[in-house]
Design a protein around this ligand. Structure first.
Ligand code: TYM
Length: 345
């Protein structure tokens, strides 16, 4: 039985989250979920995985039924990919009020300048900052609260979340400094594997994203075998064959992306993939990649659809996960309030 009191906060504890703002993509799977499963299966430390529904409403209005559906589908995606709700704590953010409560404290620790420098804020708000929600600006403080309310020490994410994790470290360090206590851990990002940044299938210089208007740019975790094969076949490439070494992928972003995806799906390295397929034309390589992708992904889509047939069971899993999450978060929030000087904590 893991001791969940705040005193254990520098033990290894893993937390990560995904927004239910749309369907799951291959980027989410290879950059994040696959590593969540590996860390869970490694065992020996708690793994806590969250559907961050409060983050999902920061960017644009989401119809409530869509948000509910996305959250349940994301839960099905986690489980179908190998997250075991008995081994890991699996829940949606809004069911554990401690996230929002700690986020308020962090809103008072984080500086406007820090938030304004966040690339994702600049990308998403763009020239329309005046019209963006306050929640979008404060987003990274809630993210820091998600992590630190569990005293999580390790956070597996894709490359695009690196800056938010640096901010999480800055918030923890400033809190610890201001209040003169080493209370929050300085979290380590875990960004590993061949696909830390899966790129758009039609433009290798852009990230694969669930929000791109064109479905051809991504593989969704709900795509069936034919759709996966078709999207890979139509993915943009250049006319040259696969090079002899990974150096030959330099300035060939689309080619490099397909090699990285292959390596991540096969649990190997880009160097090994290039060595095996050196000299092959992309037509042939795409056939091999699409066979591999269908083999790994189609069973996940099938299992997701099966799980989605029993929503009551999904809701029960999320409620149980939230209860377990609260057992860890509540004492850490209470201690935070005490440190801050809130009477009655
Ligand atoms: P989100 O929902 O955009 O993405 C979830 C995870 O998937 C990774 N990812 C990718 N990895 C590789 N290639 C891609 N194309 C790709 N697209 C997405 C992301 O890096 C992420 O790991 N802010 C977070 C959610 C969050 C969170 C947290 C994460 C909220 N609180 C606390 C960790 C800890 C986000 O928007 O992820």
């Amino acid at each position: 039985m893991t001791d969940t009191t705040p005193e254990t906060h520098f033990d290894r504890r893993v937390f990560s989250g995904i927004q239910p703002s749309g369907g799951l993509t291959l980027g989410n799977y290879l950059g994040a979920i696959k590593h969540f499963v590996d860390m869970q299966d490694e065992g020996g430390y708690p793994t806590i995985y969250c559907m961050v529904d409060m983050h999902a409403i920061t960017a644009k209005f989401i119809d409530p039924d869509t948000l509910r559906r996305n959250t349940r589908e994301l839960c099905a995606g986690f489980i179908a990919s190998g997250i075991d709700p008995e081994k890991s704590i699996l829940f949606n953010q809004s069911q554990v009020a401690e996230h929002a409560q700690l986020a308020w404290i962090f809103n008072c620790v984080a500086r406007m300048g820090w938030m304004g420098r966040m690339t994702q804020w600049k990308d998403k708000a763009g020239k329309n900052a005046e019209n963006s929600s306050l929640g979008l600006f404060a987003y990274p403080a809630l993210m820091a609260a998600d992590i630190l309310v569990y005293h999580a020490t390790h956070v597996p994410v894709g490359d695009d979340q690196k800056q938010h994790l640096e901010l999480t470290r800055d918030i923890a360090a400033k809190f610890n400094h201001d209040y003169g206590q080493e209370f929050f851990p300085i979290t380590e990002p875990v960004i590993r594997g061949a696909a830390t940044r899966v790129m758009n299938l039609q433009d290798g210089t852009k990230k694969m994203s669930k929000s791109d208007p064109s479905d051809r740019t991504r593989i969704n975790m709900t795509d069936d075998a034919d759709t996966i094969a078709k999207k890979i076949r139509r993915a943009k490439t250049d006319p040259d064959p696969l090079p002899e070494t990974v150096d030959g992928l330099e300035s060939r972003p689309e080619a490099r992306n397909l090699v990285n995806i292959y390596a991540a799906l096969a649990d190997t390295t880009p160097a090994a993939v290039v060595a095996e397929h050196a000299g092959a034309q992309f037509g042939a390589f795409k056939v091999a990649l699409s066979d591999l992708a269908v083999d790994r992904l189609a069973p996940i889509a099938t299992e997701m659809a099966r799980l989605m047939d029993d929503q009551a069971e999904i809701d029960r899993i999320l409620a149980r996960g939230a209860e377990r999450a609260r057992e860890i978060a509540a004492p850490i929030l209470k201690k935070t309030y005490e440190i801050v000087g809130m009477v009655g904590a």
